[in-house]
Design a protein around this ligand. Structure first.
Ligand SMILES: [Zn+2]
Length: 271
């Protein structure tokens, strides 16, 4: 099941030495750990910091820095502005995560906050994992076109909530396509057409469509909105798991019925 707490935690600024274990994209086990030996950081130059600040200019940088929130923009703003107090070196970092189960490696990049007087309490905010980490296990029963959009959404989650939400909307579109609901004029109507067959899922997909619309047109979705959306989407994808497994289950259930069904006794009517 989707672990919202874990990912909310990963999207925050985190101490390097106590970084949580993550799911490995290769073997799927929860054994992907930050290899602190591989951590390398370089101080952001004045120019690089300005470039970051330019990137966030439209997002009211200073406002964000003063609010308690963990969205990427706000965190980046916090890292950059904290440096003004000369307490920290705002840096960019690269580091590897290594899987304790299959030994595969995942690279990561992002922002680091390194105190000037004590480098043992370094904090990092990962902006990107390569290859991307699945925020929930992607099943083989889900059509590839949907999994690809989801992976792309996961990939953007740590650095750009709007792009991530936009990919999520595309995953909803692909889902309609894969189920054959493409006859209507727009996504809203295609999902409505699905309601006869999948009433609950259709209602849930309408909520995800609204998140996707907001991400595409208004830039106002948060990491928390995305995490809630993933939680819903994972369960909607049960449609494909059920479709895949139902013929087999039907066969087995009928076999059990044939084996154990007792013939009904004839009722004898006595005078
Ligand atoms: Zn692994």
């Amino acid at each position: 099941m989707f672990n919202k707490q874990l990912w909310a935690n990963v999207s925050k600024l985190h101490f390097l030495e106590s970084y949580p274990a993550l799911p490995c994209p290769y073997c799927k086990s929860m054994n992907l750990k930050l290899d602190t030996e591989s951590f390398t950081a370089r101080k952001l130059s004045w120019q690089a910091r300005r470039a970051y600040q330019e990137q966030f200019k439209d997002n009211e940088l200073m406002d964000f820095a003063n609010k308690e929130d963990n969205s990427f923009f706000k965190l980046a703003a916090l890292v950059l502005t904290a440096a003004d107090g000369a307490m920290y070196q705002p840096s960019q970092f690269i580091a590897f995560f290594k899987c304790g189960m299959c030994n595969e490696n995942v690279s990561s990049t992002g922002l680091a906050k390194i105190p000037n007087n004590d480098t043992s309490v370094r904090q990092i905010k990962v902006e990107s994992f390569n290859p991307p980490l699945p925020l929930f296990p992607l099943s083989d029963t889900t059509p590839t076109s949907i999994n690809e959009e989801l992976l792309s959404s996961f990939n953007h989650f740590f650095s750009d909530t709007c792009s991530s939400g936009n990919r999520l909307r595309r995953a909803v579109e692909k889902l309609c396509l894969e189920l054959g609901y493409t006859q209507e004029r727009n996504l809203y109507q295609n999902i409505e057409a699905m309601a006869d067959e999948f009433p609950l899922e259709a209602r849930w997909l309408q909520s995800l469509r609204l998140v996707g619309n907001e991400a595409t047109h208004a830039d106002k979705i948060t990491e928390d909105d995305l995490l809630d959306s993933y939680k819903v989407f994972e369960v909607v994808l049960d449609i494909f798991r059920r479709k895949h497994i139902e013929p087999e289950i039907e066969k087995v259930a009928l076999q059990l019925q044939d084996k154990f069904k007792k013939p009904h006794k004839q009722l004898s009517l006595k005078p």
